[in-house]
Design a protein. Structure first.
Length: 273
């Protein structure tokens, strides 16, 4: 669904585009058709805004860090992410490790093969069940260097995990080399949402539960900052969806509008000295 939203953004919405994922349309099957037929529906427009805004921020931050010499990028819950296949020339030497459930990851590899998308040099896969597997063990098997800092992104996943699984994953990230950075998406409780965010939830959550993906975890920014600190990370900033883009990208003639439901936190592994 996230890949369909990224792909449909280039078909349904108007310029300026928030995220140009030119490969996404090759992977999610016929889900794009729902956006083409019902593009103004608040759930579909909200999904495109959410996927494009968080992807824009994460990829912009990745490019900034790569240009400053960072060599490792870990994509947690990668799904049908295509960054490694269309990355900026500044990131060609960066090792990208995609982490996801083994079944989901195999489905992504099958979809890439069917679409004729080759696995690029520098991309490795680490199959992980966040509820039960050891993340660092899987990363080491995929070629991760624990002595070097990394960027870790975790988008569109934590709402579907238990607090225990989230804490265990954050603890693993907190043990990475100082200078490592995390960009994580999380959903806020109803009291912190705006009207658009609450309307989105009322329409989306029943369908998510029917698909077997109920929402299990919500955080206030303060709660998440405390959890990050306990796991060895320091929150640098919390961003609402509107904060992920320069204002000009939100001045739109299409159905995309910012909403306050899911936010991003950027956190770092601080130096021990």
């Amino acid at each position: 669904m996230a890949a369909a939203a990224r792909a449909a953004h280039l078909v349904v919405d108007s310029e300026p585009f928030i995220l140009c994922d030119t490969l996404a349309a090759s992977l999610p099957g016929d889900l794009i058709g729902y956006h083409q037929a019902h593009g103004d529906h608040p759930v579909l427009a909200g999904a495109r805004a959410q996927a494009a805004a968080r992807g824009h921020y994460a990829e912009r931050r990745a490019t900034e860090l790569f240009r400053n010499g960072l060599e490792q990028y870990v994509v947690l819950g990668a799904g049908l992410d295509t960054f490694a296949c269309r990355r900026d020339p500044a990131a060609r030497l960066v090792r990208v490790i995609e982490v996801d459930h083994p079944i989901t990851q195999q489905g992504k590899r099958d979809a890439m093969a069917a679409a004729g998308i080759a696995v690029p040099d520098g991309l490795a896969f680490a199959p992980v069940d966040f509820e039960s597997d050891d993340l660092m063990d899987a990363l080491h098997k995929a070629g991760f260097d624990p002595g070097k800092p990394a960027l870790v992104t975790w988008l569109g996943v934590t709402t579907h995990l238990t607090h225990e699984a989230i804490a265990a994953t954050l603890a693993a990230v907190g043990r990475m080399a100082p200078g490592s950075e995390l960009v994580m998406e999380y959903a806020v409780p109803a009291a912190l949402r705006d009207d658009r965010g609450n309307a989105y939830v009322r329409l989306l959550l029943p369908a998510a539960a029917e698909r077997g993906e109920p929402w299990l975890s919500l955080f206030t920014p303060e709660e998440l900052s405390c959890l990050l600190e306990r796991q060895g990370l320091e929150a640098v900033e919390h961003l609402r969806q509107v904060d992920c883009l320069v204002p000009a990208l939100w001045r739109r003639s299409d159905a995309l509008r910012s909403g306050d439901l899911c936010r991003l936190v950027r956190a770092t592994v601080p130096s021990t000295t």
